[in-house]
Ligand binder design. Structure first.
Ligand SMILES: Cc1ncc(COP(=O)(O)O)c(C=O)c1O
Length: 399
């Protein structure tokens, strides 16, 4: 088949792409040729990694790699089926039991990704006659899950339990069921939802409470047990979504909490029913990650030491790191072009930290987002700080 050169039916894509390029919003996708770690080979160059969600350095941990090797000998590679037909292996049920025990809940169910966990959960819980009360800065996967449910979406101001109460007061009684949903840690700002206050308001109005703790799993709470543990809300949050793709260093999603919700998701969670199960290597690696998290808090402690050090030193240099109270460190720059140029110059200085612009963050709030990891040592962090100082002065961001 030859390419159709006469038709102009795809010209609009070319125009849109050009607009993205002109406004500094075009995704330049870089290619890694090394495992994840403090240092990477990116586009052939060795660079300090300030980009990955590899919070605990597990993505290339020898114990995870060995667990995968062993599991492939006993279970092969692919599940070759959805969970509800022939795709549930003993490894899946073991992982679910281990995750539930780790998080101190009665039941857990896994999905192929955190994104899928949200797409599975929200439409299974609410429909057209119900309402969703959603933080205005919730992650795209929550937004898509809400849209798929066809329930009206009522947004409340970011991390504002008072505003949630205001909208529940006026709107709740118009609907059959209500779901309040929030990110736990907000991935672009690194701030934390006030889950204790959100819980109190939610209970008053007979609504279900769901938190997506993608960036809190393995990070917040005792030994990385997540946001519910951080706020000591055990047994009070109906649905805690997590991802196994960030601190766990693998890929996958989990819903932990009420056993009735978990049972319902096995019946009605569409990605569980209609998309193949997590692969054997994924599940085996996640089991090894739970072993590590349960055996010691060392990696979680190191992550927080590194994050506190980096943020303090960035503040001393004069950078604005926004609202962050977690290892996610936004370096606020404003315009997308400046953020892209900053990232380009960091790369020249052997530091890989991506610029983030609209629509991932609001217009005019472009930034470099630094992801700190337990894999970094003090020399790595100092080298990164030095590069930020050089580029920041060069571009007039700091004096
Ligand atoms: C809040 C939140 N939810 C869900 C996801 C998706 O997780 P996963 O990468 O496992 O699909 C992310 C990842 O970017 C996230 O930040």
């Amino acid at each position: 088949m030859t390419t159709d050169t006469v038709s102009h039916r795809l010209d609009w894509i070319q125009e849109e792409i050009q607009q993205l390029k002109d406004s500094g919003l075009y995704n330049q996708i870089r290619t890694l040729s090394s495992p994840q770690g403090a240092w990477l080979i990116v586009d052939g160059k060795k660079v300090l990694n300030f980009c990955s969600n590899n919070y605990l350095g597990l993505a290339n941990h020898p114990k995870l790699v060995e667990a995968v090797r062993q599991a492939m000998q006993t279970h092969g590679v692919g599940p070759a089926a959805v969970r509800s037909i022939a795709g549930t292996m003993d490894l899946h049920t073991q992982l679910e039991a281990r995750l539930a025990a780790f998080k101190g809940v009665e039941a857990a169910i896994t999905f192929q990704s955190g994104f899928n966990a949200n797409l599975a959960t929200i439409p299974a819980l609410v429909g057209k006659e119900d309402a969703i009360f959603s933080d205005e800065l919730n992650h795209a996967s929550i937004i898509d899950g809400c849209r798929l449910s066809r329930a009206p979406i009522i947004r409340f101001q970011h991390a504002d339990a008072g505003d949630l109460e205001r909208v529940l007061k006026t709107e709740r009684s118009k609907y059959r069921r209500a779901l309040v949903v929030t990110d736990g840690v907000f991935s672009m700002d690194g701030d934390i939802a006030p889950l204790d206050r959100i819980y109190a308001v939610t209970r008053q109005y007979e609504a279900l409470l769901m938190v997506d703790d993608a960036h809190g799993e393995g990070v917040l709470g005792r030994g990385g047990r997540g946001i519910v543990d951080h706020f000591n809300l055990h047994g009070k949050v109906d649905i805690e979504v997590g991802t196994l793709s960030k601190a766990f260093g693998v890929v996958g999603g989990v819903v932990a909490g009420n056993p009735l919700v978990v049972e319902w998701l096995r019946q009605r969670g569409r990605p569980f029913l209609f998309s193949s199960a997590m692969t054997v290597p994924d599940v085996a690696a996640c089991l090894a990650a739970v072993d590590l998290l349960e055996s010691s808090t060392e990696l979680v402690d190191r992550l927080w030491d590194n994050a506190n050090y980096f943020k303090t030193e960035m503040g001393k240099l004069g950078f604005d790191t926004g609202l962050s109270v977690t290892p996610i460190t936004p370096v606020m720059l404003g315009e997308a072009q400046l953020a892209q140029e900053f990232s380009r110059q960091l790369f020249q200085n052997s530091v890989f930290a991506m610029a983030i612009g609209y629509p991932t963050v609001p217009q005019g709030k472009a930034r470099i987002r630094v992801m700190i990891s337990a894999a970094h040592n003090r020399d790595d962090l100092d080298l990164g700080l030095q590069a930020f100082a050089t580029v920041g002065r060069n571009l007039g961001v700091i004096s």
